[in-house]
Design a protein around this ligand. Structure first.
Ligand code: RIB
Ligand code: CA
Length: 312
């Protein structure tokens, strides 16, 4: 039985790798991509999503364009990591596949209302604006969502865009608050786990050795996007955040975590967007999130490399 998913994304090299992993995995039925502003403005993410699907030979997956800015705040982007286009590294051709005309938020609402309850999993890989807007516009969809498996947040590994906050949550903290209080089953893949699965040279070499166009493109993407994190952290490799969401769906046994409360800071300028994880269950706040804390890093890269090899 394939698992039906919708990927909400702000590509972004690591988003691209996640999309490729999903496109290569028959266990998953990717119903659509919904695109959001984040790593770079929507004008780029809407193009990058289609470039990646064409690279994967998966133009059967429709692309719906969502929100171009957070619910309340000005957009914060990350060109310093991802480059001007958001997909710097490989030279991918301009897409020829069309976008869908329906807005991404309305697509989420209509699709969740039409599908049998509990059959669609949402996989947000960027700021949660589209997901939150759908939940605000149509609260009836919340019980219809099977699960939200998102990349975002940080606690033990602290922030990456500020000392306190991870980028996806920081860009639209109000959207994260809507999602965290939605009552939907949520699995969070935070920096605490993505920082434990680094793209070391042997792992990058294995991807480069695949020899197909997808492997070559991923190699170029990661060689570009890693430079910022290598300089910042001084580690032997850079994290590749978003594909962990897809790998969790494919092989949850690679990951460990616990059901705890996660609350997002909305008021303090100093810690805006911080995900306060009650990991030791000190409070009586509702345990609203399965918070992933660790990963079998080599198992993740073995899975990723194996699946990339199945693509064109
Ligand atoms: O903090 C990492 C997250 O922010 C990833 O999803 C990356 O693509 C960026 O969106
Ligand atoms: Ca992303």
């Amino acid at each position: 039985m394939t698992r039906k998913i919708i990927i909400d994304t702000d590509p972004g090299q690591d988003d691209a790798v996640a999309i490729l992993l999903a496109a290569a995995s028959p266990e998953l039925e990717v119903r659509a991509l919904t695109v959001v502003a984040g790593n770079v403005p929507l004008s780029y993410t809407r193009v990058n999503a289609r470039k990646v699907l064409e690279l994967a030979g998966r133009t059967d997956i429709p692309v719906y364009v969502g929100c171009d800015r957070p619910m309340r705040r000005k957009l914060v982007t990350a060109e310093h990591v991802h480059g001007k286009t958001g997909l710097d590294g490989p030279d991918l051709p301009a897409p020829t596949m069309a976008e869908q005309s329906q807005h991404g938020v309305d697509y989420l609402i209509d699709t969740l209302r039409a599908a049998p309850a509990g059959t669609i999993t949402l996989c947000p890989l960027g700021p949660l604006t589209n997901i939150a807007m759908a939940l605000v516009k149509a609260p009836d969809i919340a019980p219809r969502i099977a699960e939200i498996v998102l990349m975002g947040g940080a606690y033990f590994d602290v922030g990456n865009i500020t000392p306190a906050a991870e980028f996806n949550i920081y860009v639209d903290p109000e959207a994260a608050d809507v999602v965290l209080n939605s009552g939907v089953k949520i699995t969070m893949i935070p920096l605490d786990v993505t920082h434990r699965a680094l793209a070391t040279k042997p792992r990058l070499d294995a991807i480069a050795a695949i020899g197909n166009r997808s492997g070559n493109a991923v190699s170029a993407m990661l060689n570009f996007s890693e430079r910022f994190d290598l300089a910042k952290y001084g580690w032997g490799g850079a994290p590749v955040h978003d594909p962990n969401v897809i790998a969790y769906l494919l092989k949850p046994e690679l990951y460990t975590g616990r059901q705890i409360n996660v609350t997002v800071e909305l008021a303090s300028e100093l810690t805006l967007g911080m995900t306060v994880a009650d990991y030791w269950q000190i409070t009586k706040r509702p345990r609203n999130v399965f918070y992933v804390r660790d990963v079998d890093a080599q198992g993740f890269y073995d899975l990723l490399t194996d699946r990339l090899a199945r693509l064109p």
